[in-house]
Design a protein around this ligand. Structure first.
Ligand SMILES: Cc1cc2nc3c(=O)[nH]c(=O)nc-3n(C[C@H](O)[C@H](O)[C@H](O)COP(=O)(O)OP(=O)(O)OC[C@H]3O[C@@H](n4cnc5c(N)ncnc54)[C@H](O)[C@@H]3O)c2cc1C
Length: 260
């Protein structure tokens, strides 16, 4: 079996490495941690350099990459900057790839090109105070009422929710069914009525804080359904783990920066 990277994969790896050397030196990461501000400039540069489009087909402005390309980019970004890898993993992998996998055609053609251009940010809300590894234990519900969806519940550790234009929310929509069949993935605007987002403190990576997001009978229009109702979210959760784990395992050179 040949484990060598192809020339194309090596080029992607080198381009991501060059981007990090240029845009995310260790001092920059330390400065971001100090200010805690969302680095809009860095996100735009990632878009302009094509990084945000790696996993998506050309029709959405992407470069037709596969999951290994995504992992190679995540690995390089993580080796330089915790912030940069979060800006890639959360909006692009958790958000965009989930939308590409489960969204309908009009959602994909409306939102993915804007994500690739850096105009949109997504976050992904699965974890709850009582449901982490055991995602089947989630309690957040979405109930249809008068043509809208009423979402109720609390999510925890929703990275990027404070700045997200859309939050992808995993909810129970068929309480009587087995959880793997009674869950749906919703695409909810970040400014939905009844949604409160509170950032959680972190020791590092301040510009992309996880958050507690509380849905108090939040009414969302029907078009927020992303993909089929009551389908298992297992596939989406599984594929999102691979780039994330590679990002976590990558040696973090930014830690060499002087701490303030
Ligand atoms: C910085 C940060 C950002 C995050 N961002 C997001 C996000 O954007 N969106 C989101 O939805 N979630 C997010 N999370 C949540 C993350 O996905 C959960 O923390 C994770 O799923 C684990 O859940 P838990 O913390 O409840 O731990 P638990 O599920 O309580 O697990 C605790 C420990 O027990 C082990 N364990 C659990 N079950 C078993 C078992 N059956 N057998 C053996 N060992 C077991 C686990 O491996 C772990 O070591 C984030 C978390 C952090 C820390």
């Amino acid at each position: 079996m040949d484990f060598e990277l192809t020339d194309r994969q090596k080029t992607i790896q080198q381009e991501a490495m060059a981007f990090c050397a240029r845009e995310c030196p260790p001092e920059f990461e330390a400065e971001l941690d100090r200010t805690g501000e969302f680095p809009a400039d860095l996100y735009k540069k990632m878009a302009d350099s094509g990084l945000l489009g790696v996993p998506f087909p050309g029709e959405y402005g992407g470069s037709d990459g596969d999951i290994l390309d995504v992992v190679l980019v995540a690995e390089q970004l993580a080796s330089s900057s915790n912030t940069a890898v979060n800006l890639f993993l959360v909006p692009v992998v958790f958000g965009g790839m989930m939308l590409y996998l489960a969204g309908n055609d009009s959602q994909k053609s409306e939102l993915l090109p804007r994500l690739v251009k850096g105009e949109l940010k997504f976050s992904f809300a699965l974890t709850e105070p009582g449901a982490g590894s055991d995602a089947r234990s989630i309690k957040t519900t979405a109930v249809e009422r008068d043509g809208t969806l009423v979402v109720s519940g609390t999510k925890y550790w929703t990275t990027g929710a404070t700045v997200a234009n859309y939050i992808i929310v995993v909810c129970i929509t068929e309480p009587a069914a087995d959880p793997s069949l009674g869950m749906s993935v919703l695409l909810v605007p970040g400014d939905a009525v009844g949604l409160t987002v509170t950032p959680l403190p972190k020791l590092a990576g301040a510009p992309s804080p996880p958050a507690r997001s509380c849905w108090t009978r939040s009414a969302c229009p029907w078009r927020t359904w992303s993909g089929a109702r009551n389908t298992s979210t297992r596939a989406g959760a599984n594929f999102s783990r691979r780039p994330t784990s590679r990002g976590c395992a990558s040696p973090h050179r930014a830690w060499e920066a002087p701490r303030r």
